[in-house]
Write a new protein. Structure first.
Length: 169
């Protein structure tokens, strides 16, 4: 059984995934990291091939990871928006939604100029983030087996909370 972390960009999926792997001794994978290793920077993929191509690459990675067992998987923020990805992940995994408030995400992301979905000429980063949260939060909540609020907690505390609530899977 795999443990899959989902949530908005900036929620801490990568950091917390690493911490859970350290606590449990399980292997950790980051879907965005795998795509970068194989295909180059995400911003370049978006620019040259478009978001649809990036989403196709995500699905390929998800299918590969779902064939393995005992993993901790940190997903990209939009990965669970595609129902095909969720079905594949849920066959051999439990999904944890790392829920963060708008203010927490805005604070964490304000210095990050690398997020393609925050790069827009028509909206401010805060407006774009608010719109993405409104669109995505209901989907994250729907697919999640567990929901963990991350505001005002350390990554170590969040990781311990997830390990305890999932009984280490």
């Amino acid at each position: 059984m795999n443990l899959i972390l989902c949530g908005m960009m900036g929620a801490g999926k990568t950091t917390i995934g690493i911490k859970i792997a350290e606590l449990t001794g399980r292997r950790w994978y980051d879907t965005d990291g795998m795509i970068v290793d194989r295909h180059g920077k995400i911003s370049d993929i978006f620019e040259y091939y478009g978001e649809a191509h990036f989403r196709k690459l995500e699905t390929e990675v998800v299918k590969e990871l779902a064939e393995m067992d005992g993993l901790i998987v940190s997903t990209g923020g939009g990965l669970v928006l595609k129902s095909e990805n969720n079905a594949v992940l849920q066959k051999n995994g439990k999904i944890v939604f790392l829920r963060a408030s708008f203010e927490t995400l805005a604070r964490r992301l304000k210095v990050d100029g690398t997020r393609p979905l925050l790069q827009t000429s028509t909206e401010s980063i805060r407006d774009r983030l608010a719109r993405l949260m409104k669109e995505r939060a209901p989907i994250y909540e729907h697919v999640a087996d567990y929901i963990v609020d991350v505001d005002d907690k350390t990554p170590e505390d969040i990781a311990k909370e997830i390990v305890e609530m999932t009984n280490g899977l």
